[in-house]
Design a protein around this ligand. Sequence first.
Ligand code: SF4
Length: 356
Amino acid sequence: MLLSSAMQQEITSQQVAINSDMTPARFYEPLSDYRVRCMLCFHKCIIPSGMPGICRVRINHEGRLYTVVYGRPAGLQTDPIEAEPMYHMIPGHRNLGVFTASCNFRCKQCHNWHITQRGPEEVRALRYTPEEVVAEAIRRRSRSISHTINEPTVFFEFMYDISVIAREEGLLNLFHSNGAIAPEPLRAILKHMDGVVIDLKAFCDDLYRDIFSGELAPVLETLKIIREEGVHLEIVNLIIPTINDCMDTIRAMCEWILKHLGPDVPLHFTRFHPNFRLTHLPPTPVETLEEAHRIAREVGINFVTLGNVPGHRYNSTFCPACEEKLVHRVGFSVLANNIEKGRCKFCGHKIPGIWE
Ligand code: SF4
């Protein structure tokens, strides 16, 4: 999900120091000499006392790990759920996005680099308790809360506590992630989640390291765990010209998805627009996205859509059985919804997702 331009200006025009109250972090182990090993994500940072981890928001103070973004969102942003993109969860409903500073990746194309590639001392922080976030979602008539825009793994404790309260209040929970969270915290948070969107940024470990400063294997493991746990999953693949637009690799990625996750996980191919450190590249040609769509359908993925191309036919969702248009979208707007009680209203085919 993109940070709105108004929010970008507001955040980057104010710089405040991080607050001094730090909240104890979960998922770490103490080491000798007051060092700790954070076990929250694939980096498994070993952090000396007085230092932060790679994500900059988890800090070792005298042998104990703390998070400095608990209760300190950089913003709360209301959008249609389609902006996530989460297409199989009550189309058209209003979602509250929660985000903080920083990230555990360093993606060269990041659209939200204003907050993700900055430390907490460089980004304006609000002050909200988990209860207040949920109250704000209800006040804004949101039916769900997503943890999104920056990597929610880095504010795990805040996300967790919000999700517990949100579910008690009858809201849906989801997060949008790069998927590099470690298995134990992932399984813990999935107990409180209704849906997850994972960016599968490429299907090649070298690209993961060079372009995104990540690793492919932990992301694939995350995808399998989400399916195992039975939480609704959608996958986003941003196609960047000359970087990850090899159709043979896209085919291999689709075959992996089919084999390990099944045919019913919605797959979104989204269009790249020049940004951050990749401004020298052109936007993704629409023909490239269409070719990826054709390959994914040929491989056997049932629900394939194109993003960042408003008005395109494949911005909408089609029934894999009768090929009628199930959800007619233009950008983030839903113009028609032909799913009734979780089934295609034309042929009765069951459509995976959360519809009521
Ligand atoms: S969450 Fe942050 S501190 Fe923990 S392992 Fe990942 S990058 Fe390191």
